[in-house]
Design a protein around this ligand. Sequence first.
Ligand code: ADP
Ligand code: MG
Length: 723
Amino acid sequence: MPSPQRFAALQQIQRRRPVSTPPSAGLEQLWASDVFTLETMQSVLSGNVFESVQRTIKAGGKLDLSVANAVAEAMKTWATSRGALYYAHVFYPLTNSTAEKHDGFITPQGDGTVIAAFTGKLLVQGEPDGSSFPNGGIRSTFEARGYTAWDITSPAYLMETPNGVTLCIPTVFVSWTGEALDKKTPLLRSNGAMDRQARRLLQLLGETEIAPVNSSCGAEQEYFLVDNALVALRPDLQLTGRTIFGHPSAKGQQFDDHYFGAIPERVQVFMQDVERQLYKLGVPAKTRHNEVAPGQFEIAPFHEAANVATDHQQLTMTVLRNTARRHGFTCLLHEKPFAGINGSGKHVNWSIGNATQGNLLDPGDTPHQNLQFLLFCGAVIRGVHRYGPLLRSVVATAGNDHRLGANEAPPAIISMYLGSQLEDVFNQIREGQLTGSASGGTMTLGVDTLPEFTKDPGDRNRTSPFAFTGNRFEFRAVGSGQSVAGPLVAMNTLLADSIGWVADQLEGRLQAGDAISTAAFAVLQQVMREHGAIIFGGDGYSSDWHQRAVSERGLENLPTSADALPVLRRPEVRELFERQGVLSAVELESRFAVYAEQYVLAIDVECRLALQMARTQIYPAAVRYLGELGGALKEQQAMGLHPSLALRDRLGALLHQLNDGCDALELALGAKPHGDAVAEIRHCADQLMPLLGQLRNAVDGLEAVVDDGLWPLPTHGEMLFVR
Ligand code: ADP
Ligand code: MG
């Protein structure tokens, strides 16, 4: 029998019914109905103004003020006709969150009346008081000016809350001195860098008509749903997003019965509600399913231009969290809410392409003959090998440390999976003999009525952090709560740099009189000889690989954020970002400082909360039980029985462990170094996290023996299976 509070929560859950939502309109009516789309603009703007906007979106360049004024007026008319009283510049600070500054359209007229007004200047530029956003030392608080500027490539939209509508305008966020304080600015710059270098390479390949090259992203979001009645009894879920204590449930994911299983009704209703809102916001949600762990689910959109996909991904996280609350759930985006079962990632599917040449990472059926693909893919191989540690560092967060390297998520060693066909083609290149591509072929299923399947030429590899999946790469190490911007910036920048190198080499060889195919082959051979060590098709989870990756391949294993974050300070990383014009040295250093601080803060909160819970919830419950047990043992002895004292001794030992664990953790918290970011993150990884683990062992040990009727915290089993 669970404790009375838990019992009441479980009863509340039993009584819940799916939240009814209004019947859904068809997809065509819903689609982008809350977005100020290009079509909407075209219908309300004059021809000249619209063309000017379109030019800026497609080819870049400045928007002049008269155009901005016309767009602002049209946007305001559209938004106010839909009930908006406020507009907000939405921006993406370095914390993975979405920030907004709201302003009313209201403009007093001096005679007691007001009108709704909105000008080009207000549309294009805002000035939130930026002083409280982490900036990693770029500005001191007395130099607080920060500006937001409209990103015309990402459409404005309406956010509905029960009480009203707000016009949201996606923006970049920069300091008074022009440094990027956000995640969008470097993403836009990295796209620009990639565009410049990719065009060079396409020109060398003889292309004459080349549309702007952009990166695409489709991000698969994993999340957990836990009923609010149970979350209310878990301070750790409320404050840290994960359970810092909790004995594993007897039933976890060992039956593999949840993955792609039938979606529970309450959850399905929640998902439909989420999807309806996303469709209205123009977010192309496409796939939904149960994930591996009980209580875990996934939502994936159709891929879009990386910049828009990133804004849409942030919106998806917001909509998931807000909608869950309405359905009586808490949506956990933490990377490892429950020890012992799978955590949540965000697989970032990424490719580059344009309107004229299409997807530049599409191998076609005969990749060995596809020079364009081979060169772009070769550039990825080189970039990922040279900057693998950078890819590790951009997924380094306190939450993701629990996931990377565990037997469910890609290891903390960055390697690359190509699939058998491409691995073979690139090995042929290395050996200097390019003979052909193995094909996938067809698969007959032995049942006449079933169609023949065409097989993909390469299988999947779930254990690889960076895997080629047919026409794109899937960066699987990204954490579920992270913004996808950082990973995309890293991928775009290292690829831009590598494409630039390939183009330089080709130019040299072409000038020396080589034919393009000879030159390309030689460059690719060099890539494979110098960087082929990054390619690995085996089991990335095996300990054998973890050893060989380091000893034989020379790859780096960076198990914790304390190992990975300092990569951002390496000279070669600084030079990479400077060379491509994506981040200045100051901007990069500020990112290191902010991410290090976030890591330290997250672990500090967890440790302090663990102390509090252990002392004020766990210890009292355990001592109460020990008292009851002592009384019962005494009675048995009085009856002349000789009861076993094993449980009493075990409880006593665990209580010692708990008290010692608390004292040690408290001492270590007090001994925190100050002022040196590297020492601080090391202290977290080397001192605090192991001590937190030891304290957890004591608490979880107690959970296994203390009377369930006295245990205050909902169990993992209750949180994962009751809904
Ligand atoms: P899986 O779970 O099998 O990897 P999903 O269908 O869940 O696949 O997700 C695949 C994601 O990859 C989707 O978001 C999809 O839109 C995206 N994607 C497909 N093609 C590309 C591409 N060329 N570039 C970027 N993303 C892509
Ligand atoms: Mg998937």
